[in-house]
Design a protein around this ligand. Structure first.
Ligand code: SF4
Ligand code: SF4
Length: 360
């Protein structure tokens, strides 16, 4: 092996996270005593050494310009020794060592139009996917809906007035890049028709074996149409997932009339009080209605208001529904029970392991 080959540095894998830890976190690693919430969007971690690390959390729209990122970095340089982090729900958290910097930082963030909150019994930032901005298989938009829903619920981000934590997620198709399977309220884009096949070009631009192999339900078979090699879809087997469109642009799935949004409720990841729960279908279909999505905003807001008015302290949406029962949930919300609500994945929700607890 040559000397050059030995020296070769690859970019496989992320750098070790320890490189990015703030000095105070490195110093007190594994030695934190407790944390507490001081006010909306602000908490403190206290270490055995007596060190205190203050966190200020702000919401952001996730798809941000380089200018916004520079603005955030400037604030971090000014108030938190250059330390900030993006949470898994796309909140931005500033990690401060000087308590006196908290209020000036919050004032600067608010002056820039960024809300501060999302900690404790509040809605956190809405985690979401690419939508029409970027992804090829989107059945609905992501950023547009999230902006409108968050505008309606922003006071519940900035305060801690809710009974418990509220997590909302959006995925723009059922591949679910967003964490919609385990959120209190999930907004999920749905296609409702099988792909439309362009037999004229399919064999020119797609590899037929790859197209056949791409279908998770084995609904696609090779065939010949007008003397050209192509594929056919068994429509009864199609679950409108768009995997075939991912590998073959001649199998268009997007459909302005039949694509839209479904709403799911009652998921959670935490092990507190109750083991993790999957979200379950509440509203099977709401048509796409950009740019303000009034039907989605109204439905989500109503679900939040009902839960906030009826849940016990710390009760998550799924725990509340489990306590009152699904029939009562449908009565309270006025959502019509339809055939889509009948779960045909028998016992799946019961047999999947959901708890992080291990028993031997
Ligand atoms: Fe693309 Fe679907 Fe992921 Fe949205 S959820 S980004 S449409 S794969
Ligand atoms: Fe198969 Fe999904 Fe394509 Fe339907 S949309 S044919 S289920 S890959």
């Amino acid at each position: 092996m040559s000397q050059d080959a030995k020296k070769r540095v690859t970019d496989i894998g992320p750098p070790h996270y320890e490189k990015f830890l703030p000095e105070m976190v490195k110093k007190n690693y594994g030695k934190w005593l407790y944390h507490e919430i001081l006010k909306p969007g602000v908490m403190v971690h206290v270490a055995e050494s007596g060190d205190k690390l203050f966190t200020v959390r702000t919401g952001n729209p996730r798809l941000v310009s380089i200018h916004t990122i520079r603005d955030m970095c400037t604030l971090a340089d000014k108030y938190s020794n250059g330390n900030l982090r993006f949470t898994s729900r796309n909140n931005i958290e500033f990690l401060l060592t000087d308590e006196a910097n908290i209020d000036p930082l919050i004032a600067d963030l608010k002056a820039m139009g960024f809300p501060v909150g999302g900690i404790g019994n509040a809605i956190s930032n809405i985690v979401h996917t690419q939508g029409w901005v970027h992804c090829h298989s989107a059945a609905t938009d992501a950023s547009g809906i999230v902006k409108n829903v968050m505008d309606a619920l922003c006071d519940k981000f900035e305060s801690m007035s809710l009974p418990g934590k509220l997590r909302i997620a959006l995925a723009c198709c059922l591949n679910m890049c967003g964490a919609v399977h385990c959120s209190d309220i999930a907004i999920l884009g749905v296609h409702r028709r099988p792909p439309r096949i362009n037999h004229g070009i399919l064999s020119n631009i797609c590899e037929i074996p790859s197209v056949v192999a791409s279908c998770p339900t084995a609904a696609i078979r090779p065939t010949t149409v007008n003397g050209k090699q192509s594929v056919e879809v068994n429509e009864d087997q199609c679950m409108f997932c768009a995997n075939c469109f991912t590998v073959c642009p001649a199998m268009t799935l997007s459909d302005p009339l039949n694509d839209g949004v479904s709403i799911w409720v009652g998921g959670k990841v935490s092990n507190a009080r109750h083991e993790p729960m999957f979200s379950k279908l509440a509203v099977p279909f709401i048509p796409n209605n950009p740019p303000y999505w009034p039907e989605v905003v109204e439905t989500v807001s109503k679900l939040v208001e009902l839960w906030a008015a009826n849940a016990h302290k710390y009760e998550r949406m799924g725990e509340w529904i489990e306590r009152i029962g699904w029939p009562r949930f449908f009565e309270l919300t006025g959502i019509e029970f339809q055939k889509e609500h009948i779960d045909d994945f028998k016992h799946a929700g019961l047999s999947f392991k959901r708890s992080a607890h291990l028993r031997f």
